[in-house]
Design a protein around this ligand. Structure first.
Ligand code: SF4
Length: 417
């Protein structure tokens, strides 16, 4: 968006646009289908507009889609984002004006934000060396490449200067941050040290740490500086050692429970989100029982479940003893059902307590109804804070509130100042 903006393009409603850019996902079957459906939908709505299919699906299946998806005028993968202006110009069939030769530097203030008010994602590394056998992301995104601490810090300072209150650090596995240029050692703790330098009231939220790569020193920093939220997104994927080994993950249920115990003993308010993958090849009844046992013991605050998607060119593609889609879906449903009461119980521990709340949107200003998030709610994936306020609240600002109750997975909050 920054490059396009620099070349004179601006973002408008689809009805007024010359070109519709669809950012796609190519990770699993359902995401691929959703991406293709989006192209078909927009083509149907706007038969005469240009459509540019960008992102992971376009990267992974460039050749196949060029032949099979004529509804997209042009494909643009994510290997070289610097070519977006050229791709857009070519899709429009216009002469190429001088395209900027490189991406804008992180801290130069030109990056438009698509995130919720007050919040920004900051990608600190791209690609992944973990090579989980089910996962196509390393095929799409390539090997691990981390940004320098100085570069990330500059971007974060710039975002804070723009009034951003929540910095969400992301990457395929941010526990591996810096391993590519620091002798195989994670330097995530060093990055957090650097991010604790700026003064002011803001949150830093760490998303996606592979549990086998958890850098324990980050807990020291979190204990010291409360701006680093005790929120942990640790995709455990399974509780059976046999299945974890087949997934090329080194951990086991005992090690993961011990990690959870360590985190909770150091940070009593810690909130842990995870994902489970159901129906991986070879997942027998006893493996599923091991997962349920792990779920009971871990008492995770938030959990997302997925069924296995058989992806070409991944090691698991050729694995035997595949689990039927029906059985995988049934196991997913069982895990999700059991999780409801666990998540509800975990959220209940916040009732009656006071927290900072990041305001996200006004639902009904006259009735004083707003939506926001507490530290225990990551953007877009967890429940929300439903705020009752007798004064107008600005989206993107912090307010102080007391949690008065829970409605489903959401927390009800009243202002206290
Ligand atoms: S750590 Fe995540 S992105 Fe990397 S290979 Fe495993 S599942 Fe894929």
């Amino acid at each position: 968006m920054a490059l396009l903006g620099g070349a004179g393009w601006s973002a408008v409603d689809a009805a007024d646009a010359d070109i519709i850019i669809i950012n796609s996902c190519g990770f699993i079957e359902s995401a691929k289908q959703e991406s293709i459906n989006a192209v078909l939908l927009w083509r149907k709505r706007y038969p005469d507009k240009k459509i540019l299919l960008a992102g992971c699906l376009a990267q992974r299946y460039a050749k196949e889609l060029a032949e099979s998806l004529p509804e997209a005028d042009r494909l643009f993968g994510n290997a070289d984002l610097g070519g977006i202006v050229e791709a857009a110009q070519c899709a429009m069939g216009v002469e190429l004006a001088e395209p900027p030769s490189k991406l804008p530097a992180a801290g130069d203030g030109r990056r438009p934000l698509l995130s919720l008010p007050g919040s920004a994602y900051v990608k600190i590394n791209e690609g992944c060396n973990n090579r989980c056998t089910f996962c196509s992301i390393p095929l799409i995104r390539g090997p691990l490449r981390s940004r320098s601490i100085a570069d990330v810090l500059a971007e974060c300072r710039e975002l804070l200067g723009r009034g951003i209150r929540e910095l969400c650090l992301i990457g395929q596995d941010i526990g591996s941050y810096g391993k590519d240029f620091s002798g195989g050692q994670s330097i995530l703790p060093d990055l957090l040290e650097a991010l604790s330098e700026p003064e002011g009231d803001f949150w830093v939220r760490l998303l996606y740490i592979h549990p086998d790569n958890f850098p324990l020193p980050i807990l020291d920093i979190m204990e010291r500086d409360k701006r680093f939220l005790p929120y942990f997104d640790l995709p455990f994927q399974h509780g059976s050692e046999k299945i974890l080994a087949a997934m090329n993950r080194r951990g086991n249920a005992a090690a993961y429970l011990s990690l959870i115990e360590t985190i909770r003993s150091r940070l009593p308010d810690a909130v842990i989100r995870s994902t489970f993958l159901l129906g991986f090849p070879g997942e027998a009844d006893e493996d599923f029982r091991a997962l349920l046992d792990f779920q009971d013991k871990a008492q995770l605050d938030w959990l997302g479940c997925f069924t296995y998607s058989r992806e070409e060119d991944t090691p698991a593609y050729a694995m035997k003893n595949r689990v039927s889609k029906k059985l995988a879906a049934e196991r997913k449903r069982m895990v999700e059902e059991r999780q409801i009461s666990i998540t509800e119980k975990q959220m209940d521990r916040f009732v009656g307590r006071e927290f900072d709340v990041l305001v996200e949107e006004a639902v009904d200003e006259e009735d004083g109804l707003y939506l926001g998030r507490l530290f225990c709610q990551a953007p877009e994936v967890d429940g929300a804070a439903v705020i009752n306020s007798d004064r107008n609240l600005a989206p993107g600002a912090f307010v102080r509130g007391r949690v008065t109750g829970r409605a489903g997975f959401d927390l009800e909050v009243v202002l206290i100042s």
